[in-house]
Write a protein that binds this ligand. Structure first.
Ligand code: XMP
Length: 515
């Protein structure tokens, strides 16, 4: 079997908001790639031995004092390089061309006129639409380069030194607004870098299984299952590699959705015959949460308690030396551009303590994957589509959707209201189209009337958002009919609720979860 990592593309990140997209577009063409910060250095690049290098865009100007730069020698390694936007400007600047400073940005669609036959543009028409987002532009291309395309706004919109396999484009081939962008990247990957399309989920599974076996040997592994896609897929992959040497611990913390624990257990235990230990720890968690109102304290309590319960259970298994986790690629990219704000706004629990206390080593089989690749992997491993396409659910669960104190009774109310919300969203054919949709229980009571009786009951808020990565989100214009059915059913069927409201705030400035 050919190692799928023998051919890889190195993406050097200069801070563009599109860097992750470049990686996804490359992988969609079945070529493996990794994103690294621009400052990794020549030694790293040589050691990485990429088949080709892509320099991302970025917000800087090459003339900025602290402009991100790479050693000029990168262009002498005999490795093809494609510079995108800032990447192209930097290439021009370092190789002796001239970049023109500009205070005005060109942002939006533009017509590109291809002037010279170039491997990069092979198979394309003479003019195509592209997406621009830049300030500076290349005024004079370096010695040895020729101009391969122009736009109305930029005379030197693409350049190349075909003999040295150096290419630059001012526009963004990675965004969907450049319809031929994938073809251009494909030309770079296959015709310039001479990659082969080897990266796919089948080959990923085979190489991961060998890697997990080599790392773990005959040792025992534990894995915490949350019910989410990532931990389930990670566990399934490790299970494929080492079978019964993996024990999954599924902690029911009392703040899971309705029927969730049963569903996940049924799938992993009955369908895949995995070793699952379900721990019913609702009492433990609810006791700790008693009287707690502050969102951050709730999060910390749940995170810490999870670690305690997990540890208690894991200690019962003999000779455990590894902890498997479903960490994804966006969490590990040490990059200039993805320092998302949410980590500091809300604390997510981490397992650092576990590793130290129990002297465990980590196995993270999804470290190289994006979310959509994890879904494809789950499918390839035979996982239920319903579970694969589940909307994200936060670790602290319903506790951060119950505003105010978390009690068993309030959990039950929200669980029912949430189940109805999801049923109706699903019935309307919307579930898979939304990033998240859920109910929130508010800490206020309002007056209502039922029959001839005055009621004084709880308010439930409905939240439905559209998002690409959870970092930003827009509230969804749910059809009134759907909202109406959700409201009627919750008020009729959930005892203790007499009012339903709809959350029409986007992120930012709101967040997706209420706490
Ligand atoms: P916010 O509320 O910060 O949420 O806009 C962004 C995304 O992250 C999810 N989220 C979490 N996921 N543990 C998780 O695993 C957490 O503590 C947590 N908090 C928020 C949230 O559901 C949304 O998808």
């Amino acid at each position: 079997m050919q190692d799928i990592h023998t051919q890889k593309i190195l993406i050097l990140d200069f801070g563009s908001q599109y860097t992750q997209l470049i990686a996804r577009r490359v992988r969609e063409q079945k070529v493996y790639c990794e994103i690294h910060p621009y400052k990794v250095g020549l030694k790293f690049i040589k050691g990485f031995a990429p088949q080709g290098i892509i320099l991302s865009g970025g917000p800087s100007s090459v003339y900025d004092k602290a402009a991100p730069k790479i050693p000029k020698e990168v262009f002498d390694l005999n490795i093809p390089v494609l510079g995108i936007c800032y990447g192209m400007q930097l290439m021009a600047h370092l190789l002796g061309g001239r970049v023109q400073r500009s205070k005005e940005r060109e942002y939006g669609g533009a017509g590109l006129e291809i002037r010279k036959t170039s491997t990069l543009f092979s198979g394309l028409a003479g003019s195509i639409n592209v997406w621009m987002s830049h300030g500076d532009k290349v005024e004079i291309v370096p010695h040895g380069f020729s101009v391969t395309a122009r736009s109305t706004n930029a005379a030197n919109c693409a350049m190349q030194d075909e003999a040295r396999k150096l290419f630059g484009v001012q526009f963004h081939p990675e965004v969907s607004h450049t319809p031929e962008g994938s073809k251009i990247l494909g030309n770079f990957l296959f015709n310039v870098c001479e990659c082969e399309p080897l990266w796919n989920m089948r080959s990923f599974i085979d190489s991961s299984i060998s890697a997990i076996r080599a790392k773990v040997g005959d040792n025992k592994v534990v894995c915490g299952i949350s019910g989410g896609v990532d931990s389930s897929v990670a566990a399934l992959l490790v299970h494929k590699a080492i079978g019964k040497n993996l024990t999954c611990i599924f902690v029911d913390n009392g703040v899971l959705r309705k029927g969730e624990a049963d569903r996940v257990e049924a799938m992993l235990k009955r369908h895949f015959h995995m070793n699952i230990k379900r721990v019913n720890a609702a009492d433990r968690f609810l006791r700790k949460l008693k009287g707690v109102i502050d969102p951050e304290r709730k999060r910390k309590i749940i995170g810490n308690e999870f670690i305690r319960v997990f540890q208690d259970e894991a200690k019962k298994i003999k000779n455990v030396s590894f902890l498997a986790q479903g960490t994804l690629y966006p969490d590990v990219i040490e990059s200039v551009s993805f320092k998302g704000p949410s980590a500091t706004i809300k604390s997510h629990h981490n397992v650092g303590g576990l590793l130290k206390n129990m002297r465990l080593q980590l196995v993270e089989p999804l470290r190289e994957l994006f979310k959509d690749e994890v879904r494809a992997l789950g499918k390839e491993l035979g996982m239920d589509e319903e579970l694969i396409n589940r909307q994200p659910f936060p670790g602290p669960g319903l506790a951060i959707r119950i505003i105010g104190e978390v009690t068993r009774k309030r959990c039950d109310i929200l669980r029912e209201a949430d189940a109805i919300t999801l049923e109706e969203i699903t019935a309307a054919g919307l579930y898979n189209k939304l990033w998240q949709s859920f109910a929130v229980l508010l800490p206020i009571k309002t007056v209502g009337v039922m029959g001839d009786e005055r009621t004084y009951e709880n308010v439930v808020a409905i939240r439905a958002v559209q998002s690409v990565d959870g970092m930003t989100a827009d509230w969804v214009r749910l059809p009134y009919d759907c909202l109406g059915r959700i409201s009627t059913r919750i008020i009729n069927e959930v005892k203790g609720v007499n009012r339903v409201v709809y959350d029409i705030s986007s992120k930012p400035p709101s967040t997706i979860e209420w706490e």
